[in-house]
Structure formats: C-alpha cells, structure tokens
Ligand binder design. Sequence first.
Ligand SMILES: Cc1ncc(COP(=O)(O)O)c(C=O)c1O
Length: 378
Amino acid sequence: MKKKLKSKKYEFIPVNKPLIEKKDITEILRSLKRGWISSDGPEVKSFEKNFSKLINRKYSTAVSNGTAALEIAIKALDIKKGDEVIIPNFTIISNALAVIRQNAKPVLIDCEKENWNMKIDDIEKKITKKTRAIIATHIYNFPVDIDKIIKICKKYKIFLIEDAAEVIGQKYKNKMCGSFGDISTFSFYANKQITTGEGGMISTNNPKIYQKCKSLRNLCFGVKDRFNHDDLGWNYRISNIQAALGLSQLKRIKKIVKRREYIGKQYYKKLCINKNIQILKPVCSFAKNIYWVVGLVIKNNISAKTLAKRLNKYGIQTRPFFWPMHKQTILRKMGLFKGEKYPNSEYLSKYGLYLPSSLSLNSKQISFISKKVNEIIK
Ligand SMILES: Cc1ncc(COP(=O)(O)O)c(C=O)c1O
C-alpha cells in the first residue's frame, strides 16, 4: 500500500504577538491585590504623569482606546456641525469616525507613494473657511513631516491634532512624536509599542483642553453637583489594572523601540534587494524608521491578497494595508466623498501589507519569512 505523503507543517508566525514580561504580570497583580481595579487609582495617575514626561507634554489623560482619544480630542476642540477637518485618506477609520461623530465633515488628502503618509502638498488646496483642524496621522513607519503641517496650521489658524498611535517612542527631528499637536492621541492596543490590552492617551500643553478631556472621559460629571452633568461625555475611562501594565511597559520603551528597529533592519537587508518590493529604508532626512510594523508594497502587479494567501500556506500571517476612506462602504452610504479620486491610497491598499512584526520575532523566523516573500515576488 502506498503511503500518503504528509504535507509539511509549518510553525505559525502571527502578525503580532504582544510581549508581556514577568515584571508586567507582577505589576498587574499588585494593583489587583491592592483593590485598585477601576479607573480611580494611583497607577492611572502615574501612567499619565510618566507618559507626559516621555513625550514632553504638560498633561495627559488616559482613556479606553485610541479611537476614544480621537473622539474626545475633536469634541474638546469644540469641532461641530458645519466644521471641516482635514484627515489622511490612507488611515484607520478612527480618524474619520471622530469627525463624523461630532457631525463635522472629514476632508480627505491622498498619501505619498514614497512614505505612505499624507501628501502635504495637497493640504492647502482643501482648506476652506470651514476648516477647523488637521489630523496629522503618522502611518506605519516614518512620521509625517510635521513641521510643514504646523506651518499650514499657523498660517490658517487651525488646530493640529496629532494621531501618534503608531509612533510611541519615535522621534521627528530629535523631538518626540506626539509632542507637536494642540492635542496628540495615542493607542495602547496589543500591537502598539506599549500595550495596556486596550487603551489610549490624550496629551496637550493647554490646561483648558486638558480639563475638558478629563471631563469628557468621565461622563462630564458636574463640578458643583456631581450628578448634574455639564456636557455630553462618555465613559472612556481606563482601568487601574490596565494602567499598571502600561506603566510597567513604559519603563522599557527605549528597549522596545531598539528591538523594533533591529527587526525592521533585518527585514530591510533581506528584502531591499528585491526590485519588485518597496520596503521603507531605515532613515530619512527627518527621522529614523523604527518599523512599528514591517510594511511592504508589491511593484509587479501581484496583489497583496495573493501574497497573503501564499504566505499563509507557510504559516506566515500578514495584515493588509488600510482600506482608503473614500472607498469605505459605510462612508459612501452616508454620501461622503462622491466622485473623489485618490490613486495613491488605492494603490497602497491593493498592493501593500505588513509582515509579522512581533517584538519576540527571531532572526531565523525573519530569514524564513523574507525568503518566502522573495520566492513569491520575483
Ligand atoms: C493611526 C491610528 N490611530 C488610531 C487607532 C485606533 O486605536 P485603537 O485601536 O486603540 O482604538 C489606530 C489603531 O490601530 C491607529 O493605527
């Protein structure tokens, strides 16, 4: 009888796996044992204080996630119906949602093919009398060239909201990303530089904006009479247990950033030789690439979906690039962005994906993944 050939089993390599160390668990347990389990606890306050120190801001407000941080940011700046907010087209839907939830209008900017960030040269064309703010989101690898956006904001007297969810610990011209906006927002989702499971932060130097953010996070409880509320807030609080994890992770942010850089550079060495792949280089004129995720764009008409399927057979999990805002089913149903065209975003969403980027990834795994990518994209 003929023996059936067994297909080779490959180790599963997830696109991201959070690195939780023993010290993190100790800190979580400590907060649990002390009974600080909801949002009113010492770790939340310390987390906010230490986070402010890291990114050189006066005030930080910890919240339940990065999307909540953006929603609060928009409302804290009193952006409302009739207002317009400029956002990147190639981004997470949270940017558009925050604007829409306050009944304001998101106005889109295409991205650069070279670095995947917002095309700054297109911004001024989209500014009108109704424009109140720009959300400058740092996408995947390099920070957006924020000095240029700051100039535009100053010229037109509009707010800058810096979405720094993906760049915690990254620098732009030697200054911390997230230190530039009137308000800056961050995420601590499991795949971010530091994680609290779910979580986010809002930072600012403006005491009034800070007070408003704190109030909006906590149902806008009345100052005089607690249960007589001042405004329409949310329960977007973070728990003290989560903050204990965040505080513990924050202590090793430098190490985390270094590790990401190292992983990214190893991938870069192996993939930059492939002329049919675009992988962003380790430095540009204003920043180092700390490779929050190791993204690539295919240049020879093989779609990212095809590459993902083929890598999956080898146990390699990937994540597609963002789906552009102007093509989002729900936003189109709402009548937004009719007839608008953003070729670069469409291109990146079709041909871009990111590879496993966990902090625990080892050299052997990086070599295996790169080899398979180079075999498929020839
Ligand atoms: C740039 C950016 N902004 C905001 C968010 C939303 O953060 P969260 O998932 O914590 O709501 C993300 C999430 O991945 C993101 O990448």
